[in-house]
Ligand binder design. Structure first.
Ligand code: HEM
Length: 322
């Protein structure tokens, strides 16, 4: 990433922190209380690997949006795969959900980000309940509960978390970051040249399908096996993902990341992301999912809007080496 791209992503996010700075600090403090401070690291999805590639749009997005990267011109991208743990030293096997954050480099030099994980829904409906859930987890964990009992306790206090925690429990260890299905969870709104608005949810679908390991197989892997696997894979072939827009219909919640949409919704193939090399993690990379471009709007999801401030808070702490 060059200097101007770095400045672009950090300065836009800094402006957004004005909306919720105190709550964002509270959320990041709650994460740190739960899992410790790891100076210089992201406060969530701390361990990861950056890659470089390009996105080739299918042209089918033109009907729905004016977004530059969803027309016909190929654009470059930076991708960061990660484990969901807040502790950078935790082995891949021990952070069940995985993340894939993509920064598209737009033809005008700007950027836009899409951030996904391997579960389809989130465990909190609002920033306030996110903080409440993390603080409750912290209180319960200081007792004698194991991870499964802890999840059951959380669900008994916060029924909104049920679907997300069940989805996490169903996850099997992935064979590769390149063979996971990632959900960007929140609704966004695409706007076309006539001004027509369409709510969508984005997904990254691996071209070669999803492949998982048994627990026994995963237990034999080295701590950073997913990173090692990518390096080996790139010697022979790129990792390819299809970007899908799931079209929301009347009555589909756009303000609630804890609820999935019905499975029969129409799916549009927006194009393919080709990832072909590991790339040193640019210190100034900030995958704020609210950085959009013309032809895209944020939905009314309060968690989506809040993430900008929370990520900026974490970013501020980590680049200062805190
Ligand atoms: C209240 C809600 C949330 C909070 C407070 C939160 C907090 C954070 C923080 C503090 C970071 C580190 C940011 C940085 O230092 O750059 C982060 C990273 C990340 N989060 Fe969240 N998060 C939230 C919701 C979500 C959701 C809904 C998803 C899934 C779509 C998600 C997926 C990720 C991923 C994949 C990363 C790693 C990004 C990268 O590779 O740079 N988060 N999160």
């Amino acid at each position: 990433m060059n200097e101007s791209e770095s400045e672009h992503s950090s300065s836009q996010s800094a402006a957004d922190t004005r909306e919720h700075p105190a709550l964002a600090a509270e959320a990041v403090d709650a994460i740190e209380n739960l899992s410790g401070v790891h100076p210089g690291y992201r406060r969530a999805h701390a361990a990861g690997v950056c890659c470089r590639g390009f996105f080739r749009p299918s042209g089918l997005g033109k009907e729905f949006t004016e977004a530059e990267h969803l027309q016909e011109q190929q654009v470059n991208a930076i991708i960061r795969f990660s484990g969901s743990s807040t502790d950078p030293a935790l082995a891949d096997l021990l952070s069940p959900a995985k993340g894939m954050a993509v920064q598209f480099i737009l033809p005008d030099g700007g950027v836009t980000n899409l951030v996904g994980v391997t579960v389809p829904v989130f465990f909190a409906r609002t920033p306030e309940s996110f903080i409440d859930i993390i603080q409750t987890a912290h209180r319960l964990r200081t007792g004698t509960l194991g991870p499964i009992e802890l999840m059951k306790e959380i669900v008994s206090h916060f029924s909104e978390s049920k679907d997300a925690l069940l989805a996490v429990r169903r996850l099997k260890p992935p064979a590769s970051y390149a063979e996971c299905h990632y959900h960007c969870i929140h609704a966004y709104v695409l706007v076309n040249a006539e001004g027509r608005q369409q709510p969508v949810r984005f997904e990254w679908v691996p071209e070669t399908g999803v492949r998982t390991l048994t627990l026994e197989e995963a237990a034999q892997q080295p701590d950073r096996y997913l990173e090692d696997e990518l390096e080996l894979r790139f010697k022979d072939e790129p990792a390819i993902f299809q970007l899908v827009a799931v079209l929301g219909e009347e009555g589909d919640a756009t303000d609630d990341p804890t609820r999935a949409w019905p499975e029969d919704r129409r799916r549009i193939d927006l194009g393919r992301l080709h990832i072909s090399e590991i790339y040193p993690d640019p210190t100034y990379l900030l995958m704020d999912p609210t950085i959009l471009t013309t032809g895209m709007l944020l939905s009314d999801d309060p968690i989506l809007k809040f993430r900008s401030a929370a990520y900026a808070e974490s970013y501020g702490r980590r680049i200062e080496g805190r």
